[in-house]
Design a protein around this ligand. Structure first.
Ligand code: IPE
Ligand code: IPE
Ligand code: MG
Length: 233
């Protein structure tokens, strides 16, 4: 089989294992997260080369707010500086940036930087990079339900079909993930794309996120190309 013919349109990654990677080397968890940014660069490059149109990354869950203040602050700072340092590369490589998640929980400074990054990369793009940040699947479903209740009449609400509900989710307009990768050997969804991942293929690997680079990304694409998707048929 020619694997090039079965390129997923949307690849999503639960980037896990930064802490364990760092601890094993006597480093701080923050150093693990910083090294993880290198893997984001590598996977984005591999996605562009492979013709993957959407690469989405679970970077910070709603539950991750429960980590130590030091670690949370470090992740916020990494997100902020990461956007600033990557802008030019995104423009040069025609990458659109989107952040999806619970925006009101983020600082004004971070929200402003996200707006600027999204605006600056919104034209002339081939690849979309989505960062799920302060995101959880249940949060998304709940906010969608509230939005639908606000915007629809009771009759419209009752008549709502599954595809209508899609348009109230934070991911409206974005195709459901074809492939969801989780690194670090954990075999769970951790409140990620609960609605959108209904028919995603899953790829689990023991590799820790800071070591998941171009070669590993392309191996996951090869595994995907061998899958048979049946959608219940
Ligand atoms: C993933 O790595 C990054 C985030 C969840 C922010 P972890 O920080 O969960 O690393 P482990 O699972 O403790 O090794
Ligand atoms: C999932 O990783 C969330 C992200 C990768 C952002 P966690 O490390 O938070 O998940 P659990 O706690 O192992 O389920
Ligand atoms: Mg983890």
């Amino acid at each position: 089989m020619d694997s090039n013919k079965r390129i997923p349109k949307h690849v999503s990654i639960i980037m896990d294992g930064n802490g364990r990677w760092a601890t094993a080397r006597g480093m701080s968890r923050s150093q693990g997260h910083a090294e993880g940014v290198e893997s984001i660069r590598a996977c984005l490059q591999a996605a562009i080369e492979s013709g993957v149109e959407y690469l989405s990354l679970y970077a910070f869950s709603e539950e991750n707010w429960n980590r130590s203040e030091q670690e949370v602050m470090g992740l916020m700072e990494l997100f902020f500086t990461g956007m600033k340092s990557e802008l030019q590369l995104f423009l040069d490589t025609h990458v659109r940036f989107l952040m999806l998640g619970n925006r009101p929980r983020l600082s004004e400074k971070l929200n402003k930087a996200i707006d600027e990054m999204e605006e600056a990369t919104s034209k002339d793009y081939q690849t979309t990079l989505i960062l799920f940040f302060s995101y959880s699947g249940r949060w998304d479903i709940l906010q969608a339900m509230k939005k639908a209740a606000r915007e629809l009449t009771p009759e419209q609400f009752q008549a709502m079909e599954q595809q209508d509900f899609d348009s109230f989710l934070s991911t409206r307009g974005i195709p459901d993930p074809d492939l969801i990768i989780r690194t670090s050997g954990e075999l769970r969804i951790s409140n990620y794309l609960l609605w959108q991942g209904a028919y995603s293929e899953f790829y689990f690997t023991d590799t820790l996120w800071p070591e998941f680079r171009q070669k590993e990304f392309k191996q996951a694409l090869e595994a995907y190309a061998m899958r048979e998707r049946r959608y219940g048929k």
